[in-house]
Every structure is written in structure tokens, then in C-alpha cells.
Design a protein around this ligand. Structure first.
Ligand SMILES: CC(C)(COP(=O)(O)OP(=O)(O)OC[C@H]1O[C@@H](n2cnc3c(N)ncnc32)[C@H](O)[C@@H]1OP(=O)(O)O)[C@@H](O)C(=O)NCCC(=O)NCCS
Length: 333
């Protein structure tokens, strides 16, 4: 007779215990970018809501930003770094394809030998990673998980690309997830549509670059395609996330969508019929679009500016290159 395998089980619920953040050191105003794209400060403000974006210094990379954000999240949580046994990093700007950002960050913040891996789900990466951390802890595969979104997108922009160059910023946001007595992370509504893979992403491969066939690959997008998809399809996903969490728009204390464009954020708020009392994250104004880092950075800022949100419900939704999306309701720490 074969032996019966032991199975792990974890706590029934999890929650976010704390946030950490790191933004690129330099605030880059619109006027610094408009020359090569024949644009204006006024156009960028009106069409995107961005006034300045955070960009990192030449020698700062996505790993450095992630380690700073992670250290803050650990410190604020009160959990010992050595008790963190899972590190998930969402990023599309690892300076190298291998090794992962997560293993290096785990070591830098004192969480070595935590399980560590990176997730590539672009601007939905943080929400994907939150879903994974919640599921893995409840399954007994880990107890304390560090979820980090980190990007240095300024290394993969073409200053002359008027479809995207002015949108992107650099930064990292981190959340520490642990066991909870009550539900703190509702089920995710997540998915993908690879038939629209060409709508946003890199415009070349590394081998094409090596062979001199393309210049340094950078991010590009079909702005209107992504805009329409975001406004129509993502509002539905956000509504579904409320349904699976069993809550109403009126229950939502904070709305923290991916910081892609202020007009998309406003349109979501309108379609979701969020009450006046819901605080809406508008970190894009001074940070820009930082892809996987945008939701945790916006969350961190919201908590600093509105400490009364602590314990309230937040609806978060990420969407981007893939195309991919993920939304869930969480209890704010
Ligand atoms: C990129 C984006 C800001 C462009 O805004 P838009 O309102 O769609 O702009 P359009 O492409 O319709 O262009 C409108 C006009 O502005 C012009 N324009 C486009 N880009 C411009 C720029 N950077 N500066 C100045 N003018 C610009 C166009 O030429 C066009 O001019 P016309 O009316 O004379 O023909 C917007 O589409 C967007 O935010 N898309 C989604 C971004 C997103 O969510 N990305 C997710 C990936 S993370």
C-alpha cells in the first residue's frame, strides 16, 4: 500500500498588514518631455492628469526601489523579516531577464531563504500577486508574504514616442500579507486577452536588438485601443469584483485603480456609481504610470493622506499589457 501524503492547510483568512513605498528620486515636469513629442504641458495635463512623474537616477534600478519599499512594509508590519517566507515581485523592468528581482530583494531585506519569484503581468502584476499571496497563505504554502510591484520604466521609453513616453514613471510599492481572524482579501476577478497582445508592450526583442535589426526596445501602445478597453471592459471587471466580494459601491471607502490616465480613473468612478464619500487614488498626478508599482504606491499615499481609511474597504483594479487584468476588494491596514 502506498503511503498517504500529508497535506498542508493554512489560516482561513489573510489581510494586508502594511504598505511600503519608494519613488524615483527626480520629479520630471511635462515641460522636460514635450520637445521630442511635439506636445505641451497643457495637452498632457488635460489628456492624462499628469503634472510631474517620478523618475529614478541612472544608478537606481527596479531592485533598489523594491528593496526600499519592502523594508518599509516589513518595518511597519511588526513582522520580523526572518518570518517572511514568500516574496513575490511583479515587474516588467528587471534589469536582467535572470536572476529574479525577488530573490535578491528577499536577501537584501533579511528574508533569505524565503520562496521568491517574479510575476510578469504588467500593470495588473500587483493585483495578480496579491491574489497569489492570499491563496498560498490560505493553502498553508507560506505564512507571511511580501508582495512588491516595482518598475524602472524610464529605461524602456523612447523620448520621441508620443504614444507613451510622457506617461511613464519609476517606483516601487510593497504590501506585507499575513494571516487574519476575518476576511481581508476578497476573491480576485482576473483574466487575459492575448488576442490584443499587440495593443501595448515592447516594440522589439533582445535578439533583434543584438542583430542590429531594431533600436533599443521600448514600450509602445495603441493609446485609443487601450483607453477604450480600459473604460468599457475594466469597469465591468471592477463591478464583478464588488459582486464576488459581496459588497456594494456604497461600502467602498477607497477606490485604487491602476494609475494609467486620470480620465480613465474618472470614467471608472462614474460608471461604478461610487458615492461621494469614496476616496479616489489620484497618485498619477505626480508619479505618472508606474505599471506594477502603481496600485501599491497609490495605496501607500492614500493611507498617509487619509489615515481614517484604516480598516475600510478598498477596490483595486490593475490592467495592462497582455492584455491582462485583475481586481479585488481588500481591507486597508
Ligand atoms: C495615450 C493617450 C493619453 C492619448 O490620448 P488620446 O486622447 O487617446 O489621444 P488621441 O490618440 O486620440 O489623439 C488626440 C489628438 O492629440 C494628438 N496627440 C496624440 N498624442 C499626443 C501627445 N503626446 N502630445 C500632443 N498631442 C498628441 C493626436 O495627434 C490627435 O490630434 P488630432 O485631434 O489633431 O488628430 C490615451 O489614449 C491613453 O491614456 N490611453 C490609455 C493608456 C493606458 O491605459 N495604458 C495602459 C498601459 S499601462
Amino acid at each position: 500500500m502506498t503511503a498517504t501524503l500529508k497535506q498542508a492547510t493554512g489560516p482561513q483568512f489573510t489581510r494586508i498588514l502594511s504598505f511600503g513605498a519608494a519613488r524615483g528620486e527626480n520629479a520630471v515636469p511635462n515641460d522636460d518631455l514635450i520637445g521630442p513629442i511635439d506636445s505641451s504641458d497643457e495637452w498632457i495635463r488635460q489628456r492624462t492628469g499628469i503634472i510631474t512623474r517620478a523618475r529614478a537616477a541612472k544608478d537606481t534600478d527596479a531592485i533598489d526601489l523594491a528593496a526600499i519599499a519592502a523594508a518599509e512594509a516589513i518595518e511597519k508590519s511588526g513582522v520580523a523579516a526572518s518570518d517572511v517566507d514568500l516574496v513575490i515581485v511583479a515587474t516588467i523592468s528587471n534589469p536582467k531577464q535572470s536572476p529574479s528581482v525577488s530573490a535578491i530583494v528577499a536577501d537584501r531585506v533579511g528574508a533569505n531563504p524565503a520562496a521568491a519569484y517574479d510575476v510578469n503581468a504588467a500593470c495588473a502584476g500587483y493585483a495578480y500577486a496579491i491574489a497569489q499571496a492570499d491563496a498560498l497563505i490560505r493553502a498553508g504554502a507560506a505564512r507571511y508574504a511580501l508582495v512588491i510591484g516595482t518598475e524602472k520604466l524610464s529605461d524602456v521609453v523612447d523620448p520621441a514616442d508620443r504614444s507613451i513616453s510622457f506617461l511613464l514613471g519609476d517606483g516601487a510599492g510593497a504590501a506585507l500579507i499575513g494571516p487574519s481572524e476575518t476576511p481581508g482579501i476578497a476573491p480576485a476577478v482576473w483574466g487575459s486577452d492575448g488576442s490584443k497582445a499587440d495593443a501595448v508592450g515592447m516594440n522589439g526583442t533582445l535578439t533583434q536588438f543584438r542583430d542590429g535589426e531594431v533600436p533599443w526596445p521600448t514600450l509602445r501602445q495603441e493609446g485609443q485601443t487601450v483607453f477604450r478597453w480600459a473604460v468599457w471592459e475594466m469597469a465591468k471587471v471592477a463591478r464583478e469584483a464588488l459582486d464576488v466580494a459581496g459588497v456594494e459601491p456604497a461600502d467602498i471607502a477607497a477606490f485604487i485603480p491602476h494609475q494609467a490616465n486620470m480620465r480613465i480613473i474618472d470614467e471608472f468612478a462614474k460608471q461604478l456609481k461610487l458615492p461621494e464619500t469614496t476616496v479616489i487614488a489620484r497618485d498619477i498626478e505626480t508619479t505618472g504610470n508606474t505599471s506594477a508599482a502603481s496600485i501599491p504606491l497609490a495605496s501607500h499615499r492614500l493611507m498617509a493622506e487619509h489615515p481614517e481609511l484604516s480598516g475600510g474597504l478598498a477596490l483595486q483594479i490593475g490592467f495592462g499589457a497582455g492584455l491582462v487584468f485583475a481586481a479585488q476588494v481588500v481591507v486597508l491596514p
